[in-house]
Design a protein around this ligand. Structure first.
Ligand code: SF4
Length: 430
């Protein structure tokens, strides 16, 4: 079901996931956001029942880490007591500023709700795999292009919606234009087609026409956004997607004091404080900066996707967060926002971004692989674990010295390719 549900009915709350640092709960509030007071109480509960680490994911979901089998039950009760409603079933997701954004083409919420109801009526949830999802994108200031979805609807300036299926907006196969009136039926028929292929089928398995084609760089959720009713939203990033209960509680308190009506979780590992005046915006931004949040959309930390790594995850061969902090300082030239650097503690690749141009992966004790390009079968460069950050910093220096006028880091990496990378760096190729 996709109807509003409380504690126990949400699979994420009732079925936490085992990770290297205990159980993990992932939740997505109905409507996308929480009041600052709710967020403060939720942070307290995460500190009381978990290990105090909270994350906002690439999809804009909130994760609470370090729970035990017993404390997960208590945490779910706390979520219920705070009055947080969550959704379950096939996710039908809208953007983080849905219905508020001054620049959105159409409010996606009524269509998303109609799709949820149609999925329920058709009994599709039990016939589709657990990862199948639908995105209804309003085409505003924060598009959902980087969020993978099995079915995607994007509002068009000329009217109607663009329907595609499979992966990110860049990867999706184009299914055609649909009017608002046709959209629900068209989405249902694609979901039925996926269901007919079995529980392991995904949107990418549909035989659609052309790939949707290149997508411009997706705007950062960090910064200032104008809302339709005249107030502002402040987007702040969580460094590497992570914060702790005390810091989140403090931010929620400051947001309340500044008059924020709501806090939403945004794809791109960010929080959006909604409904601020210009003065309140500046005040909250300063408070967020002092709490360690990312407030500059050009901050290099936004362009590194790091998994939990060691010591949080027992599978990790490298301390990804430490390496990330090191690289944000030493390789900031390279981290210009044209690509996401992927840091993974082991080959599982939990935090793998949509189109990594460079990945650093712990593969064995004391050994990392540096993978240029999105193709993991391409040239692999091996480096000692302790030298990994130094090798990327060396690459940043190379970019600084050899970039062509106007060339982005991503274009530079593509131009160099795996063999060029190995030739320029003093490392051994596998
Ligand atoms: S990628 Fe490996 S090391 Fe990183 S969080 Fe996942 S399992 Fe742990």
């Amino acid at each position: 079901m996709n109807a509003p549900m409380r504690r126990g009915a949400c699979p994420s709350l009732s079925r936490p996931m085992q990770t290297g640092d205990g159980l993990l709960v992932r939740l997505r509030p109905l409507g996308g956001g929480l009041s600052p007071q709710q967020l403060g109480r939720l942070a307290d509960a995460a500190g009381r029942f978990g290990n105090g680490i909270l994350e906002v994911t690439r999809r804009g979901n909130l994760q609470i880490r370090g729970l035990s089998a017993e404390s997960a039950v208590e945490f779910a009760k706390a979520v219920d007591a705070i009055g947080i409603a969550v959704t379950s079933g096939i996710p039908v997701e809208t953007g983080p500023l849905a219905g508020l954004d001054a620049t959105e083409v159409a409010d996606p919420r009524p269509l998303a709700q109609a799709i949820r109801e149609a999925i329920d009526e058709a009994g599709l949830a039990s016939r589709l795999g657990p990862k199948v999802s639908v995105v209804v994108d309003s085409g505003g200031a924060l598009p959902m292009d980087d969020v993978t979805a099995d079915i995607r609807l994007v509002a068009q300036r000329q009217g109607g919606w663009r329907l595609s299926a499979g992966g990110t907006a860049k990867e999706a196969g184009y299914a055609g234009p649909v009017t608002e009136a046709e959209a629900v039926k068209a989405v249902l028929s694609l979901l039925e087609a996926i269901a007919a292929k079995g529980l392991h089928a995904r949107g990418r398995d549909l035989s659609l026409g052309d790939i949707s084609g290149p997508v411009e760089r997706v705007p950062s959720p960090v910064g200032m956004f104008g809302l339709a009713e005249g107030s502002l939203a402040l987007g702040v990033g969580l460094p590497y997607g992570q914060t702790n209960a005390g810091i989140l509680h403090a931010f929620a308190g400051m947001a309340a004091a500044c008059g924020a009506a709501e806090i939403r979780f945004a794809p791109g590992k960010a929080l959006l404080a909604i409904g601020l005046s210009a003065d309140e915006f500046d005040k909250l931004k300063e408070a967020a900066l002092s709490l360690g949040f990312v407030t500059d959309p050009a901050d290099a930390r936004l362009f590194i996707a790091a998994c939990a790594g060691s010591p949080a995850c027992r599978s990790a061969f490298i301390a990804t967060k430490e390496v990330a902090a090191d690289l944000a300082r030493s390789a900031s030239d390279l981290l210009d926002g044209s690509f996401i650097l992927h840091l993974s503690g082991c080959p599982k690749g939990c935090a793998r971004p949509a189109w990594p141009a460079l990945s650093l992966i712990g593969v064995a004790p004391g050994r990392c692989d540096l993978l240029p390009g999105a193709n993991e079968d391409a040239a692999i460069v091996q480096t000692a674990g302790g030298d990994a950050a130094a090798r990327v910093a060396e690459l940043a220096l190379l970019f600084h010295q050899q970039r062509r006028e106007g060339e982005t880091a991503r274009a530079f990496l593509d131009r160099l390719g795996g063999s060029g990378l190995a030739a320029h760096l003093s490392i051994n190729r596998a």
